[in-house]
Design a protein around this ligand. Structure first.
Ligand code: FAD
Length: 490
């Protein structure tokens, strides 16, 4: 194979090439640069849109055995692991999961060192104060802080640099290509996200349903438009081992008025548990009060995806107002229920029947939205286990819901070293982290804050591995020198 470097970047020696510009890529880039490697980071987005889905995040799930800075009480390893096991229905890998969980207990110090600030959880982020550390200013501030911190290191960044090809030579990474341009490096680390923004791939993965619909046509993408899975596909074509079901993803039911890309967290609709949700036929289809919303929001995207037209309608009455975060879009409002049905485009007779059946099935109890209360239904399918109160107090409100894809789980199979594998054999100088390999831990389901925990843990592992692969014995000598210096100053 002949490599013909054409870029100015390619003329400078690159030890470690990092592909991607979100959390996992930045964690890897820091680690490699701090190990003495000369790093080039290639981000496909323009500078203003840098950072991928990481800019939309708010928190990271952290294990801790006692109260620590912004985290209250304790969240031990075993409880974290059990939470993950439950949400994934056991489709996870305990070895990987525990590695991420343990790394989450120490990552905040490292993140602070690179400019990230944390804050205690705000009201409206109920139930997460114990388990999740919130970024001051959200993911956008985190990403900006990380990019600022790169300035102090031997770390170059190129924006609008979408890698479309990886070249291997004798089983080793040789170069990345951006069209005709070829950038060679001693080692490479891939962190280019999932394929959630590739609507053609989503369409292919979800196929046609029994109604003849292509469900993915109606999906909205909650994050960046740049995660098109180009390198997942390319690595699979080259023979890299893959993992995960292409239809599995974190999917939230979001406001149907949201933009196609980058709506972010503000498009989430938190009214579901306080009322009922009906489909296009004005029928209920799932227990809206099964559990607290943060534990259930990630299943509602799929639930809506399986309904006709991939649409649902969250219906509430005046009693619910003030009990959930106000939606960005106003929805429909009416003083009588048939008028609300008409405004939403639902058949008023079917809608009234559904509401009447539901209201009649509600057993009045003491309503408490902060607990799994006793307000439930009886004699109706699906039941509503908690927070079931008749929809009877005007004005009434309706919000339409669409499946919102957060990130996909199909990715590259790896191991604890974050090495990319071909036929079960790890490659010595090619690594992967973040969404591109999240499927190794997440077979299905999700628990809030775990995406950043995966990217931070594996980004650092991959960065260290890539630096070792690139610098070889020079790296070992440098590490020995650092240890010696530490020993001398102790
Ligand atoms: C709305 C929303 C809210 C979220 N909230 C949270 C939260 O609070 N906590 C949490 O843990 N997780 C959250 N997540 C999930 C979290 O964003 C991801 O798990 C995490 O950011 C993944 O990091 P990453 O670096 O792997 O991918 P990304 O941050 O998406 O970065 C991928 C990068 O690769 C670049 N790229 C793509 N293709 C190429 C290419 N061919 N060449 C070069 N560059 C390329 C992209 O431009 C992007 O910069 C949220 C996601 C969304 C969408």
């Amino acid at each position: 194979m002949s490599l013909t470097p054409t870029s100015s970047a390619a003329h400078d020696p690159v030890d470690v090439l990092v592909v991607g510009g979100g959390n996992a890529a930045l964690c890897a880039a820091f680690t490699a640069a701090e190990s003495g490697a000369c790093v080039l980071l290639l981000e496909s987005a323009p500078r203003d849109w840098r950072g991928g889905n990481s800019v939309h995040t708010r928190n990271i799930r952290c294990m801790h055995d006692a109260p620590q800075d912004v985290l209250v009480e304790a969240y031990p390893e075993e409880e974290y692991w059990q939470d993950l096991f439950k949400v994934t229905d056991g489709i996870t890998d305990e070895k990987f999961a525990r590695l991420v969980i343990r790394a989450s207990s120490t990552c905040r110090g490292w993140m602070r060192k690179h400019g990230v600030h944390f804050q205690a959880s705000l009201s409206g982020t109920q139930h997460l104060a114990r388990t999740n550390a919130f970024f001051m200013g959200g993911g956008k501030a985190l990403v900006n802080a990380y990019y600022r911190s790169t300035e102090a290191l031997d770390l170059r960044i190129r924006y609008e640099a979408p890698v479309d090809r990886i070249e291997m030579d004798g089983g080793r990474f040789a170069a990345a290509r951006i069209g005709e341009e070829c950038i060679a490096a001693k080692a490479c680390m891939l962190a280019a996200g999932g394929f959630e923004s590739n609507r053609e791939w989503l369409r292919e993965a979800w196929g046609q349903n029994e109604r003849g619909e292509w469900p993915a046509k109606n999906f909205l993408i909650r994050g960046t438009r740049y995660n098109r899975g180009v390198l997942i596909r390319q690595m699979m074509d080259l023979g890299a081992d893959s993992i995960g079901d292409p239809t599995q993803a974190h999917m939230v039911a979001i406001d149907a008025c949201s933009p196609l890309y980058d709506g972010g967290i503000s498009t989430r609709l938190d009214s579901v548990t306080l009322g009922i949700v009906v489909n296009r036929d004005a029928q209920r289809f799932y227990d809206e009060g099964e559990d607290f919303w943060p534990k259930r929001c990630a299943i509602w995207g799929r639930l809506v995806a399986h309904q006709a037209g991939q649409i649902g309608y969250s219906i509430i009455d005046a009693k619910a107002i003030g009990r959930f975060m106000s939606p960005v879009f106003p929805g429909e409002r009416a003083d009588i229920l048939p008028e609300l049905a008409t405004k939403l485009g639902l058949d008023p007779d079917s809608f009234m029947q559904t509401v009447q059946d539901f209201n009649a099935a509600c057993l009045q109890g003491s309503f408490d939205h902060t607990a799994l209360d006793a307000c439930h239904t009886e004699g109706i399918t699906p039941s509503k286990m908690h927070w079931a109160r008749p929809i009877d107090t005007a004005p009434f409100y309706g919000f339409s819901l669409r499946p919102g894809v957060t990130f996909t789980y199909l990715g590259i199979k790896t191991e604890e070293t974050a090495a990319v594998r071909f036929g079960g054999e790890p490659r010595a100088n090619l690594f992967v982290a973040g969404e591109m390999m999240a499927g190794n831990v997440l077979g299905k389901g999700y628990t809030a804050g775990f995406g950043m925990a995966i990217g931070t843990a594996f980004g650092r592992i991959a960065g260290a591995g890539a630096a070792r692969a690139a610098l070889g014995s020079a790296h070992a000598a440098r590490q020995a020198k650092i240890k010696e210096a530490r020993h001398a100053s102790a």
